[in-house]
Ligand binder design. Structure first.
Ligand SMILES: *Cc1c(COP(=O)(O)O)cnc(C)c1O
Length: 409
């Protein structure tokens, strides 16, 4: 990757007509370090969030020694990054052949289930391969309730009573038993973790079998942009949230259990931005060369407001104006011909924005690269490495909606 101090420097040097990703390894290292130092248990990075080799390699170098994987391609990606990392296969619904591959070829010994048929898949491989069941930890995935940008418990998880039965079956076979939950992604209602921990305590008490580990999943919120017409919400406090979950775990008498967490978004969101170009400004609408079928689908499905800042094209002659630039909301239309390819949240940008300018969209490290499609023949895949964090980028005519107040003053 070519290296630049800021994404603006990269944009002005390369004048990209295709989306250009700006990777910030130092931000990734810092955010991984914050989680590793704030969490008492084992940090298993959720590979689906961003499974690029350069991300996994940087995480392994930053000290991440476990990965939450869900498919053969993710097993392989995590192994490429680290030959020794512990792989946890936490997808509750799996193909039989993938279970065999995971256990046989990748040495996976941690696996999640939410149904007895999934236990049977694991047992088949264990018997065929003569693996001691006591080497394997089978985690029962609990259904949970809460408010997150994404609710995942609608799809997966056993009810508490069912989880009790599953734990007894797992223990009866001779597997080690674990409990896990995943309360959603970009969790807004932090009490969702409290309720999940309480459910885990109830299930443990009822099941009456020894537990090897408690896995608290992912969902930890990352910082994004906000509507400048409203007071800025306080940024997510990861240390405070981890301390709160730990307190709940201790209060419910689960403090003796070794802990695992599966953070994704909170570790990688800030490490990547994308520099997009304004193909056309039509009134309050901006047509850009990216969109929901490329880097921005997470902001669309999760209704997430991304921070954005303008990089004006210095080569363009601008009409003289008597008024100072003002922040205005622009509707953002994507590159494809699809009529749903319009972002759900506006970008607040200086009203001087024009066709040919660039916009740097920050905090897109999570669920962007992994969700790119080839729809309409667009597939952005150009990368540069950038040293400065998105927030501290100086010298823009424009403003980020992370600090809109200062800009409007
Ligand atoms: C997606 C996922 C994660 C990561 O979630 P984030 O919200 O990105 O932290 C963790 N665990 C499981 C089981 C998941 O499906």
């Amino acid at each position: 990757m070519q290296k630049f101090e800021t994404a603006r420097d990269a944009a002005l040097a390369l004048r990209p007509d295709r989306p250009l990703y700006a990777f910030r390894p130092s931000v990734l290292t810092a955010d991984a370090g914050s989680f590793l130092s704030g969490f008492r248990g084992l940090t298993a990075y959720a590979v689906k969030t961003n499974g690029e080799d350069f991300v996994l390699d940087a995480l392994a170098r930053a000290g991440v020694s476990a990965f939450d994987v869900a498919s053969p391609a993710e097993f392989a990606a995590a192994r490429r990054a680290s030959g020794s990392a512990r792989l946890l296969y936490m997808h509750p619904v799996k193909a039989q052949s993938d279970v065999r591959l995971g256990l046989e070829t990748y040495g996976i010994r941690s696996i999640a289930v939410d149904h007895e048929d999934e236990i049977a898949k694991v047992l088949r491989v264990v018997r065929a391969q003569d693996i001691p069941p006591g080497d394997i930890t089978v985690f029962v995935r609990l259904a949970t309730k809460g408010h997150a940008a994404y609710e995942l418990s609608k799809k997966f998880g056993a009810t508490p009573a069912h989880a009790v039965e599953l734990l007894r079956r797992i223990d009866g076979i001779g597997f080690r038993a674990g409990l896990t939950f995943h309360v959603g992604s970009q969790v807004e209602d932090l009490a969702a973790y409290d309720r999940a921990v309480a459910t885990a305590a109830w299930v443990r008490g009822r099941a009456g079998v020894p537990l090897a580990e408690l896995d608290i999943g992912g969902g930890f919120p990352a910082p994004y942009g906000h509507d400048p017409k409203r007071p800025a919400p306080p940024p997510p406090d990861l240390g405070g949230l981890l301390a709160r979950i730990q307190r709940e775990i201790d209060d419910w008498g689960l403090g003796d259990l070794p802990l695992v967490a599966e953070p994704g978004r909170v570790i990688v969101a800030r490490c990547l931005s994308v520099v997009v170009r304004v193909l056309l400004k039509k009134g309050q609408r901006l047509y850009i060369n990216d969109g929901i079928w490329s880097s921005l689908s997470d902001s669309w499905t999760g209704k997430i407001m991304l921070p954005a800042q303008l990089i004006p094209d210095p080569a363009r002659t601008r009409a003289k104006r008597n008024t100072a630039p003002r922040l205005a909301p622009f509707r953002v239309c994507g590159a494809t011909c699809d009529s749903v390819d319009i972002l759900t949240r506006p970008f607040w940008l200086p009203d001087t924005v024009a066709t040919g300018d660039w916009i740097e969209i920050g905090h897109i490290g999570a669920y962007s690269l992994a969700l790119r499609t080839h729809f309409n023949g667009f597939y952005p895949n150009d990368f540069v490495e950038v040293a400065a964090p998105f927030e501290s980028t100086e010298g823009l005519e424009g403003v980020a909606n992370v600090e809109p107040r200062a800009a409007m003053a």
